[in-house]
Design a protein around this ligand. Structure first.
Ligand code: GTR
Length: 530
């Protein structure tokens, strides 16, 4: 009796789920029992399922076949083949002349043609299926949009063309300056890491002062039941005292009201503007989505970079660097603004550490762009930060200087001389001679966690160079007994990659920090701290 093709497809699915998808009974020698009770090798069962499914799709749904085939069995010999013509009217035995279309020859031809087309369609569908699965499983790795490359290249005399990136060899973070290989975690922590840290101070960000100081905190405003009682918000003032002199800068902190246990926190270095307490409550801000963070169980704090050290090459005198130097100009190796902003984040962490409700072992430092450069360095200098999140940070941040893609050392040190030491500027057009590169700044955060992001249209920040830098730091995480992204191929656009202590995404759109980035970052924090 012909079997309904949908019922037959069900039988195939049963084979699929039990045999191919491996959910069925599996016995010794890899044997599986499928729904009809037969026992096959797993391979044969999967073959049956695949063949049956493609047949069902290719033609079976439209054309009922005899019962034997309906169960998805394979014919063992010709006697099991369906009778050709079984659904056509029986030829009239009284009629001596049959029309050709009713002749057994024609019917055999028809049957064979049917079988042939089923086989062809089956194979075609199988190929399409496989390709479809392959595409679904492995979307294309991110690559710069060629139209954008063309457009930017025409507009500015910087390199946006991947084929023009010079050949380069990265310095090995696990080789000491005297050539000794670093082979143990102890050697990294006590010898190589301090050596590298010193090099970055000398060559890139400058050395922080060793002048003794006190830091105290003053609450300037408070909202006890912010966001319908979700949190308490405080306007704060950090007061830095050296001798009798003081320097102050404001920051804002929200701590959740109803939590059991200690709360992890996020310190955002805001290089765009200051978000005062009232404004943080009344307006949502993509650079600091405080309400969402609180809802997700994080305390949140922020300060404005220019309040710590003005982001202006002509305004050294008003910042914390001049304060510590007592008005004297900075020496060549003295800290520059990026380091000063990272230092500001550490003072906010000092305050968070005084709060019993905060888990000081789970505090992330977050920054976008120039703030993202500062965030990496903040975590390199201050090992209390458990995670550094560097968003679209580019040159002098996550991106490798040697690639010379987008913003260059020459460009950044010319336009923003107050961010870096003059030594860094001296490597303009000779980045390949730098004894360090930015992957080693990331490595300085290991074994703690680092999250790096890029934006599809932000070629100025060199997404590929940001990703490559993160990957090149992986050996250090691994030496320290952690895992990290070591896959050289970039993830697809808008796909997140997390491996152990490092994470990355490249988002659609341009330079910026938005809810999408924060959502990905929260996933990363959950993954690191789960
Ligand atoms: C750009 C600068 C970048 C990046 C950015 C930002 O002008 O060239 O390095 O820091 O500013 O901070 O938004």
């Amino acid at each position: 009796m012909p079997q309904d093709s949908f019922a037959r497809a069900g039988a195939y699915r049963s084979h699929l789920s039990r045999a191919q998808l491996g959910k069925g009974w599996t016995g010794p020698l890899g044997l599986v029992r499928v729904r009809d009770g037969r026992v096959h090798t797993r391979r044969r069962a999967a073959w049956i399922a695949r063949t049956a499914l493609t047949r069902a799709i290719a033609g079976g749904f439209a054309r009922p076949l005899p019962n034997k085939f309906g169960r998805g069995d394979m014919p063992q010999d010709n006697s099991q083949l369906p009778t050709p013509n079984s659904q056509l009217p029986t030829p009239n035995s009284h009629s001596p002349i049959l029309p050709f279309s009713h002749s057994p020859e024609f019917q055999s031809m028809l049957y064979l043609t049917n079988q042939f087309s089923t086989a062809v369609f089956s194979s075609l569908f199988a190929v399409l299926f496989m390709t479809g699965f392959a595409i679904a499983e492995e979307p294309a790795a991110w690559a710069a949009n060629p139209d954008l490359v063309k457009k930017l290249s025409a507009k500015r005399s910087f390199n946006y063309d991947e084929s023009k990136v010079p050949d380069y060899e990265l310095p090995d973070p696990l080789t000491m300056n005297d050539g000794t290989k670093v082979s143990s975690a102890g050697q990294w922590m006590t010898k190589r890491r301090p050596e590298l840290l010193e090099q970055f101070r000398n060559l890139v960000y400058g050395r922080r002062p060793d002048t003794a100081y006190q830091v105290t905190f003053e609450t300037t405003a408070e909202i006890e039941n912010a966001f319908e009682g979700l949190a308490t918000g405080r306007g704060m003032k950090a007061i830095i005292t050296v001798d009798q002199r003081t320097y102050t800068f404001p920051f804002v902190v929200f701590t959740p009201n109803h939590t059991t246990g200690k709360t992890p926190a996020v310190v955002a270095i805001n290089n765009r503007y200051f978000i005062p307490l009232e404004k943080a409550v009344s307006e949502s801000d993509p650079y600091w989505p405080v309400k969402t963070l609180l809802q997700q169980g994080y305390a949140a704090a922020t300060f404005y970079t220019s309040h710590v050290d003005p982001d202006n090459k002509n305004d050294y005198a008003d910042g914390i660097r001049a304060f510590f130097a007592n008005g004297n100009p900075p020496s060549d190796d003295a800290w520059r603004s990026l380091s000063a902003w990272g230092w500001g984040a550490s003072r906010v962490l000092d305050y968070l550490s005084t709060l019993p409700s905060i888990d000081a072992n789970r505090v992330a430092v977050v920054g976008h762009s120039r703030g993202g450069k500062a965030a990496i360095w903040a975590a390199a200098e201050d090992e209390r930060f458990a995670i550094a999140y560097s968003n679209n940070s580019g040159c002098g941040g996550a991106a490798l200087s040697r690639r010379g893609y987008g913003e260059t050392v020459k460009q950044i040190t010319t336009v923003f001389p107050h961010w870096f030491t003059p030594q860094f500027a001296s490597y303009a057009d000779r980045e390949h001679e730098l004894p360090i590169d930015q992957h080693e700044a990331i490595a300085l955060v290991a074994p703690r966690a680092v999250y790096v992001t890029s934006s599809d249209e932000d070629l100025w920040a060199d997404p590929r160079g940001e990703y490559a830098s993160l990957v090149a730091a992986a050996p250090v995480f691994e030496l320290l007994g952690k895992t990290a992204i070591d896959e050289p191929t970039m993830p697809p656009l808008d796909g997140q990659r997390i491996v152990g202590q490092t994470g990355y995404h490249v988002r659609s759109g341009g330079h910026g920090l938005g809810q999408v980035d924060w959502d990905f970052f929260v996933k990363f924090m959950e993954s690191v701290w789960r």
